[in-house]
Every structure is written in structure tokens, then in C-alpha cells.
Design a protein around this ligand. Structure first.
Ligand SMILES: NC(=O)C1=CN([C@@H]2O[C@H](COP(=O)(O)OP(=O)(O)OC[C@H]3O[C@@H](n4cnc5c(N)ncnc54)[C@H](OP(=O)(O)O)[C@@H]3O)[C@@H](O)[C@H]2O)C=CC1
Ligand SMILES: N[C@@H](CC=O)C(=O)O
Length: 430
């Protein structure tokens, strides 16, 4: 028997979904007992060239043609952003349709509203593709690992920035040129500043942390630093220090309080995350019963993302008579305070420029020493007639002490600029 599906959006992900559903037609039918058909496709521009062939009468730019079609019982949303995706999804739910979405912006910001509406309407909303592309993360966290108290999430959850940092490291390529490549490959968001400034990773961490720590995390709870300030120089110094730079998303729970941040981080080359390159993503999870787990796979791109979307479609088709919005929203959850100050001590990489005079390093070291910050490694280079660049890797230090030292250095007459500060990762999930 036919099951008609409405697809909202036919760009990178929507095109991948059509292609994969065509490839797996037989399997979808035998697995679910339904014959799923993409009946209508909503786009902005019906005349645009597509990566997949579509019958002319499938395409529309009128949302009512899709949402108002009572024979369509499943909506797959791949438009992205908050509006009009939110309105379309809420309308689909109100009309009793099940929804699958790849939209992390929307789930991170409006997940509660959407999943509560779905619960009230007795329909299912699934969003596996919203975090980690092809990697199964949402379902393992909300089903397979649910017996655990999870204390740590740590990983690379943005393909675009990982692609940029990997390419800059491997080929010395320029930031803008590599960003353009990531856009051409379909990895980047329509506004790539979401990727570059760490927001996309923060939205994903918001979703993961809400599920893993069994609470409600807001986007504003996550401290975010993007990769804009990372230059070829930092990458070269990282190399000299036996490390690479990765944009890490980190969530921890200690004594009932959460610490959540996204930051460029120095990682030793021997660390497993150092080898996660290009558009690949990886996530470490530590559970009290399961111990340490690592998830790894393609985090962006048409078919990797479609893999997760079509997996969700199969799940919906199999369970259409048993709504199951497990995990993120429907049940009241305990509030857990966010306390970024609880962060455990960490080692930091600092790159600054200073006047190149005898004794200047001793003065800088003195400021750090006054705040209890000791140094593990120091690189000092003369970069111009009277200017030196100093790279310091500190021993473990509490953020409060480091902040105080840096504040004093900012006002120091011999320090011209503090270019870059980032944490240094020691070992797996340390
Ligand atoms: N790209 C990736 O690797 C991944 C993306 N995602 C998420 O998937 C979603 C889609 O991303 P992606 O496929 O890359 O985006 P694209 O920009 O490639 O595609 C967006 C599609 O939505 C359509 N669209 C946009 N606005 C409207 C509107 N107002 N009304 C109707 N149609 C509209 C566009 O129409 P038209 O073609 O006519 O312009 C286009 O077909 C986003 O939420 C993204 O975050 C998740 C994981 C990975
Ligand atoms: N822009 C995102 C796409 C997948 O979520 C990324 O680069 O990871």
C-alpha cells in the first residue's frame, strides 16, 4: 500500500533524500510494509536545476499544496532555519502528519514547542540528521544508553569547520578558499557564519546535552568561540607543539551542574580526535555503566545526511500507529544549573605579540606567575624589528586565574596584542 510523503526543500539534503529513497525502494517496502512515495516537493524556485530528476507536477512553491494534502501523512523538512520551517512543521503536526527534520537550528531553539505539539497531536517527530549527519547519535543517546548517567560529551560536531581546519593544516590553504570549497561540497549552512562562528556546533551541543544529561539546555547556556581567529600561524605553532587545532564541543556534568562550551582546542597528534579529518565528525560519550564510547562518521553532505533522514522515515513508517517522541521533550525533566566556573582546570595555548626587548619574557612570565599560572612550553620568535611573537602552553590552570593574568597582560605596556587563547586537550576524555 502507498504511503505519500511531502518533502519540504530539495537542496543538498532534500536531493540526497530523494536519491536514497529511490535506491532503497525495495528495502523500504519490505522493511515497513508500505510503499513510500515522495508525492510533493516544496521549493522556493520551481525552475531551478536540481541534483535529482523530478516530474514537473511534483514541484511546487505553494506550501498549502503539500501541507494541505490530506493523503500525505509524513513530512520531511529540509529547508533549514527557523521560519518558515517552524510554521510549516507546526502546521503539519496540527494536521496529524508525522515529521522528520534535519534542522538543528529549529530543534535547538524550538524543540520543546515542536515535540510538545507532536505529543499532543499523537504524531512522531524524529531528527537524527540534526546532529552528526550520518552518525547515529540521537537514538543511541535516547534509547540504547538511557540507563546510564552520562557525565561527558566531547567531540567534533561541525563538518565545515573541521574541513576548513583540516585543509588549512594539510595544505596550508587560505581560510576563504577552503570555506568556498566546503560550501561547494554542500557542507556549509546557507549562512556559513553559523559554522565558522561555532553556532551550528553550539546548537548541536544543546540538543545532545538535553538528551544525554536528561535536562533542558538552552542555546544561551553554551559558551561559544568560533574559528575566525585561528590563523595559519596558530596552525604552524600547533604543529611545532606536536598538535592540531580542532573545534571541540564539550559538555560535562559534575555534581549535578553542567559545563557547556564550543571552542577551538589544541589536541596532541596522538589523540584519536586529531585524526578526525575533513567533513568527518566524532563524539566521545562517557556513561557510568557503559564506560567510554566513541561515535565516528560523516557529519555533513547529501547522502550521509540523507542516510539519517531516510533511517528516520523507515522508523516512522514502521511505527506509524505508535507515536514515540522519546528523548528530548515530552516528559518533565529536572532542571540542572549551568555553571561554567565549575570547569575543571585545563592547560591553555596562548599566542601574543610583545615588544622585543631584553627581559620582556621574564616580565610576562612574572604576570602569569603572580596569578599562579605556570608554563609548560614556550616558543619565542622575532617577527619584526622590535616585535616578538610568544606562544605559551600553560600547565593546568583554573579559568579564573588565567582570565586574571590575561586581563593584566592586556594592559601591560610590553604586550601589543593577545591573538589567540584556546584550551589544550590532553588525552581521551581526560
Ligand atoms: N548540508 C548538510 O550537510 C547538512 C544539512 N543539515 C540541515 O538540513 C537542512 C537543509 O540543508 P541543505 O540541504 O544543506 O540546504 P540547501 O540550502 O541546500 O536547501 C534548502 C532547500 O530549501 C528550499 N527552501 C528554502 N527556503 C524555502 C522557503 N521559504 N520555502 C520553500 N522552500 C524553501 C530551497 O529551495 P530552492 O532550491 O528553490 O532554493 C532548497 O531546496 C538545514 O536545516 C541544515 O542545517 C543537516 C545535516 C547536514
Ligand atoms: N553545516 C553543518 C552541516 C551538518 O550539520 C556542518 O558543517 O556540520
Amino acid at each position: 500500500m502507498e504511503q505519500r510523503i511531502g518533502l519540504l526543500g530539495c537542496g543538498t539534503v532534500g536531493g540526497g533524500v530523494i536519491e536514497l529513497m529511490r535506491r532503497r525502494k525495495q528495502r523500504l517496502q519490505s522493511l515497513t510494509g508500505w510503499e513510500p512515495i515522495i508525492a510533493r516537493v516544496l521549493v522556493r524556485d520551481v525552475h531551478k536545476e536540481r541534483s535529482v530528476s523530478l516530474a514537473e507536477d511534483m514541484l511546487t512553491n505553494d506550501p498549502d499544496v503539500v501541507l494541505g494534502d490530506a493523503s500525505i501523512r509524513i513530512i520531511i523538512e529540509t529547508i533549514g532555519g527557523i521560519e518558515p520551517a517552524r510554521t510549516f512543521i507546526l502546521e503539519a503536526i496540527a494536521r496529524g502528519k508525522h515529521v522528520i527534520t534535519a534542522n538543528k537550528d529549529l530543534i535547538a531553539l524550538c524543540g520543546e514547542e515542536i515535540l510538545e505539539a507532536a505529543d499532543a497531536a499523537g504524531v512522531t517527530v524524529l531528527y537524527e540528521a540534526a546532529v552528526g549527519g550520518a552518525i547515529p547519535l540521537i537514538r543511541p543517546l535516547q534509547e540504547s544508553l538511557t540507563a546510564n548517567a552520562i557525565s561527558d560529551l566531547k567531540g567534533i560536531v561541525n563538518g565545515t569547520t573541521n574541513y576548513i581546519l583540516s585543509k588549512m593544516t594539510e595544505t596550508g590553504a587560505d581560510f576563504d578558499e577552503v570555506l568556498k570549497e566546503a560550501q561547494d561540497l554542500g557542507y556549509a549552512e546557507s549562512d556559513p557564519s553559523s559554522d565558522v562562528d561555532g553556532l551550528d556546533a553550539a546548537r548541536k551541543l544543546t540538543i545532545l546535552a538535553s538528551i544525554a544529561f536528561y535536562t533542558r539546555v538552552s542555546l544561551s547556556d553554551v559558551e561559544v568561540t568560533g574559528i575566525r581567529k585561528i590563523t595559519a600561524r596558530d596552525i604552524a605553532y600547533a604543529h611545532e607543539l606536536g598538535s592540531v587545532i580542532k573545534l571541540l564541543a564539550v559538555g560535562t556534568e559534575r555534581d549535578g551542574a553542567l559545563t557547556l562550551h564550543v571552542r577551538p582546542t589544541l589536541i596532541p597528534k596522538s589523540h584519536p580526535l586529531a585524526h578526525v579529518s575533513g567533513s568527518y565528525n566524532a563524539l566521545f560519550v562517557r556513561g557510568d555503566a557503559a564506560g567510554d564510547l566513541m561515535f565516528f562518521g560523516r557529519g555533513a553532505g547529501a547522502l550521509p545526511t540523507a542516510s539519517a533522514v531516510v533511517g528516520d522515515a523507515i522508523e516512522v513508517l514502521k511505527t506509524m500507529r505508535q507515536p514515540q517522541n522519546g528523548g528530548y521533550a515530552p516528559h518533565p525533566r529536572p532542571h540542572k544549573p549551568v555553571d561554567q566556573e565549575r570547569a575543571e582546570s585545563a592547560s591553555h595555548y596562548i599566542r601574543l605579540s610583545a615588544n622585543d626587548q631584553p627581559g620582556v619574557f621574564a616580565k610576562i612570565a612574572g604576570v602569569f606567575g603572580d596569578h599562579g599560572v605556570s608554563m609548560e612550553t614556550v616558543l619565542q620568535k622575532r617577527v619584526a624589528a622590535h616585535s616578538a611573537e610568544i606562544v605559551i602552553v600553560t600547565h593546568d590552570v583554573h579559568a579564573r586565574h588565567l582570565r586574571a593574568a590575561l586581563k593584566q597582560l592586556e594592559a601591560h605596556p610590553d604586550v601589543t596584542t593577545i591573538h589567540c587563547i584556546m584550551p589544550v586537550e590532553r588525552s581521551v576524555n581526560a
